[in-house]
Design a protein around this ligand. Structure first.
Ligand code: KMH
Ligand code: ZN
Length: 274
């Protein structure tokens, strides 16, 4: 079994300091949270950025400043910018961080309800547009799937040349409007991807750690972080993103699964360091 790649989704676009005071907004807070996850064993940082007041932004310059500041402290960490951004942003607004030529970026594979009146919109043409852009720029997409139909969409678009193989999926499980985080649904998703594909699983809220254990046993990879879950245990806020990564590392050790460093993660995912 390959070593375990841990991705830390340290900020997201929806969670706020009111929900957990450690959610990063300012540059120094992004650096602090990045160091906490890197030192704990994460090799990938899934990155959304904010203005100092917490407003989510896909501004290229804000990404550049925060990525440079993170790389100063964590030189070999893999930065995976979001191209999902926040609900309501335009396609070109969302794509801005790809101009910085990251090794990886997310590629969201379908539209879904996102709670209340919110719709996270990713039409077929949007997915094609993002996929084509990432092929042109040599960026490996992490295919964000919130439901089984989004795997089917990715497989169909791969046949048409908009996504290259081997594919790397992120099963985001437990979003209101997406697939649940039940083990039955995890088994369904993981059985629906091609044999040469890799996957990571991001369980939302209470699903984060049970699904982490499923991936540890199954040979998959794991995403944790404030974007997905703010608590270290029921009713107890995590003090940092690093505390969430620490818990995954402890669980992996219990099951004898070793943790991948960034070099090993690059090999497993076929990334080229720039
Ligand atoms: N913030 C969500 C609307 C991604 O990073 O690609 C979308 C999201 C997915 O977080
Ligand atoms: Zn995200």
């Amino acid at each position: 079994m390959e070593k375990l790649i841990i991705t830390a989704a340290i900020s997201g676009a929806e969670v706020t300091k009111e929900m957990n005071p450690a959610v990063p907004y300012k540059i120094e807070e992004f650096v602090k949270e990045s160091k906490s996850v890197y030192n704990a064993g994460a090799s990938i940082i899934h990155l959304h950025v904010r203005h100092d007041d917490g407003t989510p932004t896909q501004d290229k310059e804000r990404f550049r400043i925060i990525i440079d500041a993170i790389k100063n402290e964590c030189p070999d960490v893999i930065i995976q910018p979001s191209t999902g951004g926040a609900v309501g942003m335009s396609n070109d607004e969302r794509l801005q961080p790809t101009e910085l030529l990251p090794e990886m970026a997310t590629l969201d594979c379908g539209t879904l309800n996102f709670g209340g009146d919110e719709i996270f919109e990713n039409t077929e043409n949007t997915i094609k547009y993002f996929g084509k852009r990432m092929i042109e720029l040599g960026i490996k997409p992490e295919l964000e799937v919130f439901d089984k139909s989004m795997i089917d969409m990715a497989l169909r678009l791969a046949k048409k040349g908009f996504i290259q193989s081997p594919m790397h999926f992120d099963f985001v499980m437990g979003v209101n409007g997406g697939i649940t985080g039940e083990l039955r649904d995890f088994v369904f998703l993981r059985g629906s991807i091609p044999p040469d594909a890799t996957y990571t699983v991001a369980g939302i809220g209470r699903f984060e750690f049970p699904l982490a254990v499923a991936a540890i046993i199954d040979g998959g990879h794991i995403r944790v972080g404030f974007e997905d879950n703010l608590n270290i245990s029921k009713g107890v806020l995590a003090k940092s993103n690093g505390e969430l990564v620490d818990k995954v590392v402890r669980l992996a050790k219990e099951f004898g699964r070793e943790i991948a460093n960034p070099t090993e993660a690059r090999r497993i995912l076929g990334l080229k360091q720039r």
